[in-house]
Design a protein around this ligand. Sequence first.
Ligand code: CMC
Length: 423
Amino acid sequence: MGDTLTITHGDDSLSAEISQGTIRATELKKIVTPDGPLATYDPGLVNTASVKSSITYIDGEAGILEYRGYPVEQLAEHSTFLEVAYLLIHGDLPTADQLAVWEDEVNHHRLVHENASQVIESLRYDAHPMGKLMSGVASMQTFYPDARNINDPVARHENIVRLLGKMPTLAAWAYRHSVGWRRVYPSDELNYVENFLAMLFQMQERLYRPDPRLSRALEVLFILHADHEQNCSTNVVRAVASADNDIYTSCGAGVGALFGPLHGGANEAVLRMLREIGSLDRVPEFVAGVKSGKARLMGFGHRVYKNYDPRAKVIRQAVDDVFSVTGVNPLLQIAVELEKIALSDEYFTSRRLYPNVDFYSGLIYEALHFPPAMFTVLFAVPRTAGWAAQWLEGVLDPEQKITRPKQIYTGERRRDYVNIDNR
Ligand code: CMC
């Protein structure tokens, strides 16, 4: 007999098997309360496992992040973004031949249908690029209706590589539309990340070639952002997919979830916060405001990590590498001072609030000349690899059910309609 949880309630009792630290929530229904079968109330799903997944492992206490068992630090040092995307989606690192085919397939799909560019360009030029990206991704389903055949392995594969290929193009075009520059088309002479930078920043030169140190820094950021198990946007992707939706519809919703300032929008919020603080002497006043509840220290704290976010450590190193090329951003001093104070202040230490992935990434994006509104877009492009892997895992999971949580109803009960003259 394995580990079991026994609950008794009046005359009812249940003995639920504990497997991998969880019980089946439906077991609780065996206990009947005056309000119906027993359930749990879990706002934000902070203590509820919604899926079984073999993609990403996180130990938040120890600050460990692994993709398919490989530590993210090793991948950031040795791998490329497309290799990591392959790993997440297929479950293992590719051989040289498999990688060559994969890169070729994804890069082949970088071009986007001209009508999709009109979807983006029909929006206001100053609309937030995440809004443009969300529309662009969702519109892909209308160009590739075969994506709805989620039970067809060929259609699944084809649309995964399409989405990975087109994401940087849509993101770059969303940016160029906002600054009024003509679109730049993908180039076969450049790799995934270099090509993305070229589609963003190429001006009149025949072929834009980014500084390899800067494109490598962006590649490292892409690797670090590729997946993060059941975070808000991934949960959204899987919930939308659970209704048997295609990858574009599911990931379009994921882009929307990521937009939120408590999620992917935090990197943009960090930069705005550093600018608002403006100088080193104003840091103590800002920290006092955070402690009294006036503001949040953006880029700090995490639902899962109660230790230094392992991604933030790698990014902190990349900041120095990038600044050695671009020159130091004066906001770095403010960030370092904020971190120093926060890591020694009882308010933050007692709540176990440490820098997360977003604390330093915005400084790199700014050094690469991205405006803050593009920061979350730079999160969405690589996170697409994780969303695709999670979407696929859900589609293939025989236990996947349409997501449909319970609620605790707190409103009025049956009332008779009152004519408007009598209210
Ligand atoms: N600044 C000040 N206080 C904070 C912060 C912060 N950044 N984060 C948490 N706290 C406090 C919070 O007020 C609460 O205090 P108390 O117990 O006195 O009420 C306590 O810490 C626990 O916070 P919580 O809001 O219950 O924690 P959560 O797990 O629900 O929230 C979080 C996690 C990431 C939303 C939150 O830490 C936060 O808002 N951080 C700032 C935004 C941010 O950087 N988000 C990026 C997250 S990493 C990338 C990603 O996932 O997209």
